[in-house]
Ligand binder design. Structure first.
Ligand SMILES: Nc1ncnc2c1ncn2[C@@H]1O[C@H](COP(=O)(O)OP(=O)(O)OP(=O)(O)O)[C@@H](O)[C@H]1O
Ligand SMILES: [Mg+2]
Length: 329
């Protein structure tokens, strides 16, 4: 895929990834990095920027592989995609995993393997098969791994190099992104609007594109008050152009559907935008802590909620807006 057209406020994060990869390479090892974060925060954009970074292009040349697991929620679908990308001939009797691994091992030149949207396969029925693949990949010294995952989890048992989860943009970067895409349109209500969408890149991009096709900023501010996430859509079917669909994807994850308590808890937390102290949850909801803890853990794993320093559980503001409208308690 091409480099992203816009990438504001990510210089440091991008630099940290490139440095980490290059440092490992120069010591004869290879980096294992995973970009974690909620939907639409810009994980893929960063992975694409890394792929095209001049130092990376120089170090890996044509040995840069990009595979997405989006829509590939079985190991055979994912392995076929990797095999195709590697140019391996596939037939029905192939042991794909074995062939992929031996193809990776047969060439000792460095290779950068970007696997996007690992959550699709990681939270599927085939997690065991994928764990096997990861373990193999991580043991090949010439392969640098750069994965992205929607959520806060680092798939076990790979030993990942340190990389903090990706957060929202700074207010300055959010403004810059908006005004560049919107062709300079601005208004005093913009600060509040960008803050209202939690400085989330996908939401900012959608707002800016609405402005760019002619909607005034004050009108966007007004509509945000009444339409909330319903405003953030340029297409009905494509989650990359529709904030609600993007959030819905996390809500329908197999991990989320595994227990009805998960959605129940998210609805309640979303109903209380100020957040709920974790220690009060059990009493407030008259549910035993043993039932609550797994649900809290799942929502955190999917990066749908986070716990602030005072131990309050809070849904991210777009999730909160979407869930309180579409899944009220
Ligand atoms: N730093 C940025 N500056 C400007 N636009 C950005 C930035 N980061 C991401 N975007 C834009 O925001 C949108 C969402 O980004 P991206 O697809 O990378 O998110 P993601 O975290 O990979 O989402 P998902 O979890 O759905 O895979 C894209 O349109 C992208 O171009
Ligand atoms: Mg992505």
């Amino acid at each position: 895929p091409p480099p992203p057209t816009h990438l504001y406020g990510r210089d440091q994060y991008l630099d940290d990834i490139v440095t980490s990869i290059m440092t490992k390479l120069s010591s004869g090892a290879s980096a294992h990095l995973i970009i974690r974060g909620p939907g639409g925060v810009g994980k893929t954009a960063i992975a694409r920027a890394v792929l095209h970074h001049p130092s990376i292009a120089r170090a890996f040349g044509s040995r840069r592989l990009f595979v997405t697991s989006e829509g590939r929620d079985t190991s055979s679908l994912l392995l076929s995609a990797i095999a195709t990308e590697l140019g391996l001939a596939i037939n029905s009797s192939s042991n794909l995993l074995k062939e992929i691994i031996s193809s990776f091992k047969s060439d000792s030149r460095h290779l950068l393997f970007v696997l996007d949207n690992v959550e699709t396969i990681w939270y599927s029925q085939d997690q065991t098969a994928i764990r096997d693949l990861l373990q193999h990949l991580a043991s090949i010294p010439s392969i640098t791994l750069l994965f992205t995952i929607r959520g806060s989890e680092q798939p076990y048992p790979v030993k990942w190099d340190p990389l903090p989860p990706l957060g929202a943009l700074s207010p300055e970067a959010a403004h810059e992104a908006f005004s560049t895409i919107a062709g300079g349109r601005t208004h005093s209500c913009l600060d509040g609007l960008l803050k209202g969408v939690d400085y989330m890149p996908l939401a900012i991009t959608l707002l800016a594109r609405l402005a760019q096709i002619g909607e005034s900023v004050p009108s966007l501010c007004d509509r945000w008050q009444s339409e909330r996430t319903g405003l953030l859509q340029l297409s009905r079917h494509d989650p990359e152009e529709n904030m609600g669909l993007s959030i819905q994807m996390s809500l329908t994850s197999p991990l989320m559907r595994g227990n009805p308590r998960n959605m129940w808890l998210l609805s309640l937390v979303s109903y209380l935008p100020g957040g709920v102290p974790v220690r009060n949850l059990s009493d407030m909801m008259t549910v035993a802590q043993t039932e609550l803890s797994p649900a809290i853990h799942t929502l955190k794993r999917l990066a749908l909620v986070s716990e602030d320093p005072s131990h309050s559980l809070k849904a991210h503001s777009l999730t909160q807006a979407y869930v309180s409208e579409h899944h009220p308690p």
